[in-house]
Design a protein around this ligand. Structure first.
Ligand code: UDP
Length: 362
């Protein structure tokens, strides 16, 4: 940190859908980890409130108990706000309320109604990092209210994600993402195999990747959190002959060993993916990304250079892209990750956003 910049005291409040390190929270877990790590490197002081059972020993985590929140993806748009008995989310924000005067800024990473609703009741300003596209009418409404009352406090991964929310008062911040590139090893020569990464859940449409593997007769490795067992069983029954192997949810170092040896990462989101951390993780290994042309991946992948963007929901489009992979230079993929998605750049973007919020508050 440069001498004239103030060290900020930051309180990060994590997602309440699962302990950090379990993968239940999806890509926002890795984002939180990377942002926190980098801001500490930049000289800021940081405390993270996270569910009990969080496993990251190298970050300052205060573990909070209580019942987990249900994930927004499994609910209808018009489902009213749900709160379990002894809610972890409520407990985290009660803790935040008590310690707020020790911090310059609170950073909310929960995709939940309560932290937005509580914002005007806190004396310490709150920055809200929204980790998914619009899924809930109640959440859309409260985000709208906060954007109006506290302009500039809402941050998104990408413009296409932000555009899924109705009429938000500007300025909106697009923070993108970043990774520790030193953890991902470049592999110039892949094996004849494909990979798919992510939570195993219907909005990720894993079945399209399996269909692609079957049609191209290439093996597909699947890595990620098993979120919907029944969905997974159904896919296995629908594609009995696909050469698809599920390897579980692996830590980054182990995961990248599998990813880097693959010809391509397939991304098949049925929804507007807010970003897609797995895309930049693959690029960092020199692995091209083939994705449906919607949401975050469409902003990341350089079509024809670092992967292919295909017509959404077209398995034939994915197959054609796999057959064109020889056109992609794997060095260009790694290079894109280095120039656009470094941890250093990510830390500076967040720092700038936080300083703007504090400036506005005076
Ligand atoms: N991931 C992992 N190990 C695995 C498979 C996936 O750590 O074996 C992580 C991956 O690094 C990424 C997250 O799971 O951060 C998936 O997030 P993504 O942004 O792709 O989608 P989301 O789950 O947020 O919708």
């Amino acid at each position: 940190m440069s001498a004239f910049k103030k060290a900020l005291k930051l309180l990060f409040v994590s997602t309440p859908v699962g302990p950090l390190g379990t993968g239940l929270g999806g890509g926002v877990e890795l984002s939180l980890y990377n942002i926190a790590k980098q801001l500490i490197r930049q000289g800021h002081q940081l405390q993270i409130l996270a569910p009990q059972g969080s496993t990251w020993d190298d970050l300052p985590i205060a573990e909070i108990s209580g019942n987990l929140q249900v994930i927004a993806q499994s609910q209808e748009r018009n489902t009213p706000v749900n709160m379990p008995e002894n809610p972890l989310l409520g407990n985290m924000w009660e803790y935040a309320r008590q310690v707020q005067s020790e911090y310059d800024l609170i950073v909310n990473l929960a995709y939940d109604w309560l932290p937005f609703y509580l914002t005007p009741f806190f004396q310490t300003p709150i920055a809200h990092f929204v980790s998914m596209g619009s899924l809930s009418d109640a959440l859309d409404f409260i985000i709208q209210q906060v954007a109006k009352q506290f302009p500039g406090t809402i941050g998104f991964y990408t413009p296409s994600q932000a555009a899924t929310f109705p009429e938000l008062t500007p300025p909106l911040y697009h923070l993108s993402s970043g990774i520790d590139l030193s953890l991902y090893e470049f592999c110039p020569q892949p094996k004849e195999q494909l990979v798919w990464l992510g939570r195993i859940s219907p909005e990720k449409a894993l079945e399209d990747a399996i269909a692609t593997a079957q049609k191209t007769n290439l093996p597909l490795y699947i890595l990620g959190k098993m979120q919907d067992e029944a969905y997974w069983e159904k896919i296995r029954q629908d594609y009995p002959n696909a050469r698809a192997e599920y390897l579980g949810f692996l830590p980054t170092t182990e995961m990248q060993k599998v990813v880097r040896e693959c010809k391509a990462l397939l991304m098949t989101p049925r929804w507007v993916e807010a970003f897609g951390n797995v895309a930049i993780e693959a690029l960092a290994c020199g692995v091209p990304v083939i994705s449906y042309a919607r949401g975050g991946p469409a902003e990341i992948i350089r079509d024809g250079q670092t992967g292919f963007l295909v017509e959404p929901d077209s398995v034939q489009g994915l197959v054609d892209a796999v057959l064109s992979l020889d056109k992609i230079n794997r060095y260009t993929c790694r290079q894109q990750a280095e120039t656009e998605f470094s941890l250093e750049a990510l830390g500076l973007r967040f720092e700038e956003w936080f300083l703007k919020i504090l400036d506005t508050r005076g």
